[in-house]
Design a protein around this ligand. Structure first.
Ligand code: GLU
Length: 385
């Protein structure tokens, strides 16, 4: 059912994030310069179309592990860190050589999820990327695998690329992989051309199409791509999965060719920068549960969250940390930066705001989370507001 006739409603693309999987640049565990060259040609062509391209390239571990004397990709965190230290500079050398053939200079950014969590670092990464683009440099991003560990690990580069698409205000996240798109019921002959996403539930519903067969060096697989697409959806960014060995894939996609699967958020609203960042915080520090009235006020009226509407708090967190807000049914409706620590919320929950000062001996505002600090998952629509 690969649909080649219908026209896909691809938005106008000015800023593109391209995620390139390990199995594309280092199939079988050795860096494939010919693939990197081919993709670099594509990047150069797309840039000539006036499109800003930010690359998220995997392949550090895949290009490094054999140099440690290993015969299979490592599974322990220590060996992954070591393999990445060896492989990352090789990977960058490959990109520098490939893009250099087009007179392009590369700039490397290595990120961990902590860099998304701390607003100062998030903004620094954002400014650095803006400067690189302004100066015509081609940024290549990877996770800082050699220092990342469970707690600050993105998980995989699919997720990283989704956060990066928020960081650079991308109009499209293009995930290039071995898979040529999302296959209907896992049947490789039936690429689903278009998925309109109205919510997280729909992403979960797509799992019936996932029959993951990972390649030797591939990391994420289709399930993790769909999770990443869920993150992009929250940020209001359309995403497209296409085959990384398709010749001229970037230019062809941008010219409107029906390659791969396009995931289009329904009713996407571009979130404000601050809210995009709040949504990008990879982990929440805890959860605040609210009653039905407060849930409605937060979602429909974009109101602040007051202590009177809070019914429970879980996790231990400080003022200023990102927390999830969930409704009475436990479904997350928003993420916000809390004005009060968890232990304080436990004491003021259910109370009117004028009781905060006497209860805590301190008043840090009438709201548990102020509306400016609250990124709401819109009901039935994509994006945040
Ligand atoms: N950051 C890892 C690497 O470069 C890959 C992670 C991934 O592809 O998901 O080797």
């Amino acid at each position: 059912m690969s649909d080649v006739t219908s026209v896909r409603p691809l938005p106008k693309i000015q800023r593109l994030v391209v995620k390139i999987g390990s199995a594309v640049v280092a199939p079988g565990g050795s860096l494939d310069q010919a693939s990197v060259d081919r993709l670099a040609d594509d990047v150069a062509a797309v840039r000539r179309m006036g499109v800003q391209v930010t690359l998220v390239s995997s392949g550090a571990i895949a290009s490094g592990f054999r140099l440690l004397g290993l015969t299979a990709p490592p599974t322990s965190i220590e060996l992954k860190q070591a393999a990445a230290a060896v492989g990352q500079q090789r990977l960058m050398a490959a990109w520098a050589a490939a893009l250099g053939r087009h007179g392009l200079t590369v700039g490397q950014l290595l990120l961990t999820s902590d860099d998304m969590l701390a607003r100062r670092r998030y903004l620094n990464a954002r400014h650095t990327l803006a400067q690189l683009h302004q100066h015509g440099v081609a940024p290549v991003i990877n996770e800082n695998d050699s220092v990342s560990y469970d707690e600050i690990h993105f998980g995989d580069n699919d997720a990283l690329s989704a956060y990066v698409s928020g960081l650079v205000d991308a109009d499209l996240l293009l995930i290039l992989s071995r898979a040529r798109g999302l296959y209907a019921e896992g049947d490789e002959n039936r690429v689903i051309p278009l998925v309109r996403l109205g919510g997280d539930a729909e992403i979960a519903g797509l799992s019936r199409h996932v029959t993951d067969t990972k390649t030797l060096t591939g990391v994420g697989g289709m399930a993790s791509k769909l999770t990443a697409i869920g993150v992009a959806w929250k940020l209001g960014v359309p995403a497209l999965i296409a085959g990384g060995d398709e010749p001229g894939v970037m230019g062809r996609v941008l010219s409107g060719e029906n390659l791969g699967t396009l995931f289009l958020p329904v009713d996407a609203q571009a979130p404000s920068r601050r809210k995009a960042w709040i949504m990008s915080t990879v982990r929440s520090a805890g959860t605040v549960r609210v009653d039905a009235g407060a849930a409605r006020a937060v979602v429909s009226r974009r109101a602040s969250l007051l202590p009177s509407g809070v019914t429970a708090v879980s996790g231990t967190f400080e003022r200023g940390e990102p927390v999830d807000v969930c409704g009475p049914d436990g479904v997350v409706i928003a993420r916000g930066l809390t004005a009060y620590a968890s232990e304080q919320i436990a004491r003021i929950k259910g109370l009117a705001s004028d009781k905060i000062a006497t209860t805590l001996g301190q008043h840090l505002g009438d709201e548990v989370i102020h509306r400016d600090d609250l990124a709401v998952l819109t009901s039935g629509g994509g994006g945040t507001a």
